[in-house]
Design a protein around this ligand. Sequence first.
Ligand code: 5GP
Ligand code: MG
Ligand code: MG
Length: 172
Amino acid sequence: MADTIDVLIPEEKIDARIRELAKQIDTDYAGKSVTLLTTLKGACFFSCELAKRLTVPVFMEYIQAASYEGKTSTGTITMKLDVPVDSVAGKEVIIVEDVIDTGRTLSAVKELIRERRPASLAVCSLLDKHECRIVPFEGEYIGFTIGNDFVVGYGLDWDQKYRNLPYIGIVR
Ligand code: 5GP
Ligand code: MG
Ligand code: MG
């Protein structure tokens, strides 16, 4: 039987919010170029739409992080796909993420990227499950703050399914 998916954030609202985020980034980075460092796979849809709305020059780069939960509470991050140092060193880098949950992935990823000496480093996430933090972490650009539901769509998967939904939904 097919899963039931409730719409949490419709396509029009996502589109409108991405335009607002792009305006804000355009203002903050006026006169500069930005490197959107997108985390695969979930943030792909979001970063493409964001890039299309930006008027500052944009460079697209990608990373894929895998997290391994050890016996202690701190997860360890390894890069399944890494970005060349030259693509971030001295650049205005914005890490583009689908959702910040515990904060573990992004705090580790941000440290790894910071070691490559970007000119600046910020985080832009479509979604923020702010109440779910285990590691303190704040993103500079947030699309929507949501509660503790597992969401799919607009790039986010459930067992690799539902990434192509044009809205953010909750699987029932
Ligand atoms: P964190 O390290 O912040 O706990 O984990 C963030 C990652 O967990 C996200 O980038 C995403 O891949 C995954 N994740 C967290 N919450 C959700 C969710 O509600 N739906 C989906 N599809 N992935 C999630
Ligand atoms: Mg992610
Ligand atoms: Mg996933």
